[in-house]
Design a protein around this ligand. Structure first.
Ligand code: DX5
Ligand code: ZN
Length: 220
């Protein structure tokens, strides 16, 4: 079975020491960089935008996983490809023509992801799952780091895993929000492939060790 992946969320990094925090992730056992882009419309918060992503890309030497929490994401697909995104995830709730959006992301050479808010049922992906490289299951309401994990996520992930298997898809399942050492193993057991962790990593005393330990738990 392939390794379970850890994606530290840069939203929780120290923006005044961004290069230092990026180097920490580069030199850790983390697999991906998770980058949260918010527009203050789709979610009630604004994070950072293109110039910051450009700066991150310049130093990051691992897969760049961009999570767009913005309305009408089609407007920026080409831009995010140019800025170095390897995976571009859009919200199901923000796309009127999801199938077209997924094709547009892939045509720019990126992997295509779809994020689901906690209230959105897995069933809505029944007709697109074979076109999706990654489903990001939101385990908190998007917009802020440091929130507590929503327990209903486990049954959602199990349902999604069942759908993926039933359709013969190769979609990865990513969990985003409130991930810690307490829920990592249980999430993997129900089907998670990628664990995003923001506060749990960046607020810890030894970030490199926290990443290593979390990866160890996920792969135990
Ligand atoms: C929330 C973001 C998450 C966030 C996770 O809207 O999508 O990626 O950074 O942060 P933690 O791990 O602190 O819940
Ligand atoms: Zn995210």
């Amino acid at each position: 079975m392939s390794s379970k992946l850890i994606a530290p969320s840069i939203l929780a990094a120290d923006f005044a020491n961004l290069q230092r925090d990026i180097e920490m992730v580069n030199n850790s056992e983390a697999d991906w960089f998770h980058i949260d882009i918010m527009d203050g419309v789709f979610v009630p918060n604004i994070s950072f935008g293109m110039p910051v992503l450009k700066a991150i890309s310049k130093h990051a030497n691992k897969t760049i996983d961009v999570h767009l929490m913005i309305v009408d994401p089609d407007r920026y697909i080409k831009t995010f490809a140019k800025l170095g995104s390897n995976i571009l995830t859009v919200h199901y709730e923000a796309c009127t023509h999801l199938h077209r959006t997924l094709q547009a992301i892939k045509s720019e050479g990126m992997k295509a992801g779809v994020a689901l808010n906690p209230h959105t049922n897995i069933n809505v992906l029944e007709d697109t799952i074979n076109d999706i490289d990654l489903v990001c299951v939101m385990s908190v309401n998007p917009g802020f780091g440091g929130q507590s994990f929503i327990e209903n996520t486990y049954s959602k992930v199990a349902k999604l895993k069942e759908l993926i298997t039933q359709k013969g898809a190769s979609t990865l399942i990513e969990i985003d929000g409130g991930v810690t050492d307490k829920n990592a193993k249980a999430l993997v057991d129900v089907g998670a492939d990628v664990l995003v962790a923001g506060s749990y990593v960046f607020k810890s005393d030894n970030q490199t060790q926290t990443i290593k330990d979390l990866r160890g738990i996920a792969n135990s």
